[in-house]
Design a protein around this ligand. Structure first.
Ligand code: SF4
Ligand code: SF4
Length: 404
């Protein structure tokens, strides 16, 4: 299931006319709706964008979830990205998936692989309306498990094998690109090819627990270039969720750069429903500043999407500050709102990973990063105690020796 926000990196841009102008003003229904069904998770990944771990006692029940699906069907939302937490730990998960697909709402769900045994894989292979995305943040157990926890690599590979054995067509391997796995992109691609799967790579944002490890994990400036070059050379058949548009500024102005939506879609074409029915502008912006309303108490999803003050405001032209003077503005548009917000940078200005170097200068200055207003971590989250192999190019002279 491929959307405008999740097309192969080298596929041509949508026949836009000025589709981007329509996106900027917002659509009647989101084209990229993420629904986190639960904050409960068996893992404690260091960079979890929703700080998941424990179930929220106010989690929506089965009937409430079905009512949301009914509303999505009425709004003609054709598919929903389901995540968490680990969504498959909800006892009613499969019931909700079946309910959605039988109501013309296709499902793409993200999982660490926990429940994808042989029987489940066969059941999934029998459906045309369910897509599965297995999270993997290292092409080797050593690199993956340092971020996602011991045993998580083997669990994900087992799930991929079960899906392949069951004949499930085109599973996705979803990778958050970090400083430690950016050199493994070819290996990820080979792994995906080996399972008949598609590689999906996305940007590490400093959201949730990701804020605590972003300084250690986000790709270094040279690696940003490496990533851009890899996407240009190998992007065909690789999905990106349009999350690397800040890298488009590497291209010569006017030369095109990376295809895809080069616009922050928050509240315009993208949003998040969280496990208690709170609606946020973007999955990476779980903070009260980006909370548009609650489905249970504010008149339902459609009302929030179409009428909330926050979303109407986000659909107005945004102040891009100094970025408007940049020769690369048309390609990069100042980058990601969430990345700026959670690193304490002004929203009207450059992205923290601005490829022209302006973000680094700002990061070195005075700033106050906001604290997350929701944390569902189970006690002490996994820390990077098991360091991925250090390399000569690692900027920290103690890398590999000092516990973090
Ligand atoms: S805040 Fe960032 S991740 Fe969210 S829609 Fe905007 S650019 Fe994408
Ligand atoms: S200055 Fe702004 S528009 Fe220019 S490359 Fe950096 S983030 Fe993008």
């Amino acid at each position: 299931m491929t959307t405008t926000l999740d097309r192969p990196a080298s596929s041509p841009p949508p026949a836009v006319g000025r589709l981007v102008d329509q996106f900027e003003k917002g659509l009647d229904a989101p084209i990229c709706l993420t629904w986190e069904l639960t904050y409960a998770c068996n893992l404690s990944c260091v960079h979890c964008l929703s700080s998941s771990g424990k179930r929220d006692p106010r989690e929506l029940d089965t009937a409430q979830c079905k009512a949301i699906i009914d509303e999505l069907q009425r709004m003609q939302v054709f598919y929903v990205n389901i995540g968490g937490g680990e969504p498959t730990v909800r006892p009613d998960f499969w019931e909700l998936v079946d309910y959605a697909t039988s109501h013309q709402v296709g499902v793409k769900f993200s999982t660490n692989g926990l429940k994808i045994d042989k029987a489940v894989a066969q059941r999934l292979a029998a459906s045309d309306y369910v897509d599965v995305q297995i999270s993997l943040d290292g092409a080797t157990a050593e690199v993956n498990d340092a971020v996602r926890g011991p045993g998580s690599f083997d669990m994900a590979i087992k799930a991929l094998q079960n899906l392949a054995d069951a004949g499930f067509a085109d599973a996705k391997i979803s990778v958050v690109v970090t400083r430690h796995n950016v050199s493994q992109l070819d290996e990820f691609k080979a792994l995906a090819d080996n399972f008949g799967a598609t590689l999906r790579i996305t940007r590490l944002r400093p959201s949730g627990r990701g804020a605590d490890v972003w300084d250690d994990l986000h790709p270094l400036p040279g690696q940003q270039r490496e990533l851009y070059d890899w996407l240009v050379a190998n992007g065909e058949g690789v999905l990106t969720g349009d999350s690397f548009f800040h890298l488009a500024a590497f291209a010569e102005p006017g030369s095109g750069g990376l295809p895809g939506l080069n616009l922050c879609g928050a509240g315009r074409v993208v949003c998040l429903i969280d496990p208690i029915g709170d609606v946020y502008a973007c999955p990476f912006a779980i903070h009260e500043n980006f909370l548009a309303g609650n489905i249970q108490s504010d008149g339902g999803f459609q009302t929030i999407w179409q009428q909330s003050e926050l979303f109407l405001e986000l659909r107005e032209p945004q102040n891009a500050g100094a970025c408007t003077k940049c020769a690369h503005f048309d390609a990069c548009r100042g980058g990601c709102m969430a990345a700026k917000f959670f690193t304490g940078l002004p929203l009207a200005g450059p992205d923290p990973e601005c490829v022209q170097g302006f973000g680094e200068a700002l990061l070195a200055g005075e700033r106050t990063a906001p604290t997350a207003n929701k944390d569902h971590s189970r006690g002490v989250p996994l820390t990077l105690m098991t360091r991925p192999p250090s390399r000569d190019c690692d900027e920290n002279p103690l890398a590999g020796f000092a516990p973090v």
